[in-house]
Design a protein around this ligand. Structure first.
Ligand code: SF4
Length: 366
């Protein structure tokens, strides 16, 4: 196991699940396990009282419970205010054992910070089959890395193997496993049949060292990408959040050069970019948990969507530099912006964004 746990809670009715069995088998003996009823499950998910950092403590408390609401939903980052990539989110877990200072989960999960993994995750396959039945020839890109990292703790849950088996046999679905780990061992002996892509969020070393606690280093993420590519997976990369610190342009371009030395551009399915954005509540929570992080203290402005962002000309300049560097590498790599308005998209790519469904289809098919 690569991350520490303080405790494990298992909801009544989940003790015999495949997930609980796998976790208990892999768990170090000194981690206490408690079985809880429905009402206590809610309590176990809540912030602990009497601790200095309830959100951080929640990350080390694993809760295995049934998900009682749908697993599949449109990406919560989607909005009529932004150009959208047509991504569908499959929520199989909530929260993450890593601890990035800028992570939006610090706000989104402030009231339910326990690291929850859903014992009935295979019920999500019925939802996906219903989606396919009404697809009328469309192809969907479905990801598990929105409210959790897709592969953190995969060494003890093994969920990736169930997912890959399922998606490999569905013609109009593409699975995206999004991660900042190098936890890829479960993937290497499976055949994804072209229907699984693994994506990494990449940041320069300066951001990794100051802000991405417990994650794999950028070099380790790139090496893991090469390994899954060789095992038959597609790969993609997210430069998100793109942080406009002093020397950012130099560092991001160097990072791209390091990436392209290992993964040639024609083998990259797509890239995405999105500037650091924080609601006032998230910014407050992040700065109070990580007061010494210089990446959280750049100059920013409250934008029309209610989030603090780097000034638009600065974001445009960074996006433009990254796009140019990929173009110079000699292959057309599909690219999109996350949570940016159509006007920014037009400025960066010289064209209005396509409809979400069209972009989703393009990214899913590769
Ligand atoms: S790896 Fe992703 S989900 Fe985990 S803390 Fe960092 S930003 Fe949040």
């Amino acid at each position: 196991m690569k991350f520490d746990l303080d405790s494990v809670f298992i909801e009544h009715g989940c003790a015999d699940s495949a997930l609980a069995t796998r976790v208990l088998r892999a768990l170090p003996r000194d981690v206490p396990v408690t079985h809880v009823g429905d009402n206590e499950t809610r309590e176990a998910a809540r912030p602990a009282s009497g601790v200095i950092d309830p959100f951080g403590a929640g990350k080390r408390r694993l809760l295995i419970a049934r998900r009682k609401t749908p697993f599949l939903m449109p990406c919560p980052a989607g909005s009529s205010k932004f150009a959208c990539c047509g991504y569908l989110v499959l929520t199989l877990a909530s929260n993450c054992p890593m601890d990035c200072s800028y992570c939006f989960l610090q706000e989104y999960l402030a009231d339910n910070p326990a690291f929850q993994v859903y014992a009935n995750f295979t019920d999500s396959f019925d939802e996906l089959d219903r989606l396919c039945a009404n697809a009328h020839g469309r192809t969907f890109r479905v990801g598990t890395g929105e409210l959790a990292d897709s592969l953190a703790f995969d060494s003890i849950t093994g969920i990736s193997r169930d997912l890959i088996d399922f998606f490999a046999s569905r013609e109009n679905l593409t699975l995206e496993l999004k991660t900042k780990t190098d936890e890829i061992e479960n993937l290497l002996d499976l055949d994804p049949r072209g229907r699984v892509l693994v994506s990494w969020t990449l940041s320069p070393d300066a951001v990794y060292r100051s802000s991405e606690h417990l994650t794999a280093s950028p070099a380790a993420r790139i090496a893991a990408a090469r390994a899954v590519l060789d095992a038959g997976y597609r790969v993609a990369f997210h430069f998100d959040p793109l942080i406009a610190y002093l020397d950012a342009e130099r560092d991001y371009l160097q990072l791209i050069d390091e990436l392209l030395e290992v993964v040639p551009p024609k083998q990259i399915s797509f890239i995405s970019m999105g500037g650091l954005r924080m609601t006032p509540r998230l910014r407050g929570a992040a700065r109070s948990r990580f007061p010494a992080d210089p990446m959280l203290c750049g100059e920013d402005v409250l934008a029309a969507d209610g989030r603090f962002r780097a000034f638009t000309p600065l974001r445009l300049s960074l996006y433009g530099s990254l796009v140019d560097r990929f173009k110079k590498a000699g292959a057309e790599i599909p690219a999109y912006l996350c949570m940016e308005p159509a006007s920014v998209h037009e400025h960066v790519f010289g064209a209005a964004p396509a409809k979400a469904a069209t972009i989703g289809e393009r990214l899913a098919r590769g």
